[in-house]
Design a binder for this molecule. Sequence first.
Ligand code: EPU
Length: 356
Amino acid sequence: MSNKINIQENVSLAPLTTLKIGGNARFFVRAENEEQVIEAFKFAKRNSFELFILGGGSNILISDKGFDGLVLQIAIKGIFLENESSEKITVTAGAGEDWDKFVEFCIEKNLQGIECLSGIPGFVGGTPVQNVGAYGQEVSETIVSVRCLDRKTGEIIELSNTECKFAYRTSIFNTTDKERFIVLAVKYDLYVDGNPKIAYPDLQKSFAEKIPTLKEIRETVLAIRSEKSMVINENDLNSRSAGSFFKNPIVSTKVFQTVEEKARTLKLIEENEKLPNYPVDGENVKIPAAWLIENSGFYKGYTRGNAGLSTNHALAITNRQNATAAEILGLKNEIQNKVNQNFGIFLTPEPIFVGF
Ligand code: EPU
């Protein structure tokens, strides 16, 4: 395969993101194999250009002035199956494979383990970075290893699941070793004819009477996500977003009680009603950020200029019509300040901010 790279200049980044916002990349390269990734990496290094790695663009906000360096889009394709005769199959996917197409492929092969992650936009390579999760499943449950280019040493290495240090929406890729590794491929262990995972209340409701097939889980997840405009659809303006704009805060049970008390004082919940929450472990709980946002006055459909909340989910900030990155940030700040003022919780954004 050729290691020749096509370096483009002044490439508009907005169309490459699900928010459809952002200025130009000074330089842009789409790498279809590992050799091209290495070439592009060397080109940036040689010229002391800042390097940003782009996948499917579903979890980023690019600034209006764009990125003054090299944007490298990882477009490495390919799906490979190993141990095909055993119960557990190891599937390796190139970082540039479309995630949902990959999920569909695995379900068609009757492979269990990622069915609840149907309909999530973006590429395979992004999934270990923020440990993508939905409907009771996270990629950390099936990832065996992640093949990466280590920008520090210039070597290609395989990081094991343990080395990735996965937790809720985090891994070493977006915490301790941020910007160090370029994901090239991800290896998942999936189960032939395995029983689908039905851990989430919305799913449990749908399948109270029978064990669904993987296909049925996929269809149900896609339907639930579509209702919330969390499946990209050109005809649905509410889906012009980066998905959840904030992480669900994890707080100690003590902090949770304080928040619950505040909610009671503000008459947002009844005297004996519980504030929505999900247990994390014995000491911590997760509070739905969407609840905190809605109950701070940001109703579904709230707008600020051309930015606004989805009319179907309070956690998605959407580009209503030609919104600028500055407008999105304005709404983000307004939400963070108000939620903090009301509940004493400062929400952490989920998307990555590029070029600010
Ligand atoms: N809620 C509201 N208002 C809303 C929506 C939700 O108050 O407009 C409250 C309700 O109490 C509801 C609760 O929030 O019961 C949870 O809502 P939902 O089931 O929609 O899930 P979420 O916590 O908002 C998380 C993930 C999603 C994932 C779903 C399903 C995060 C930040 N988000 O959302 O992931 O699809 O659970 O598992 O953890 C993403 O990360 O981009 C994403 C879409």
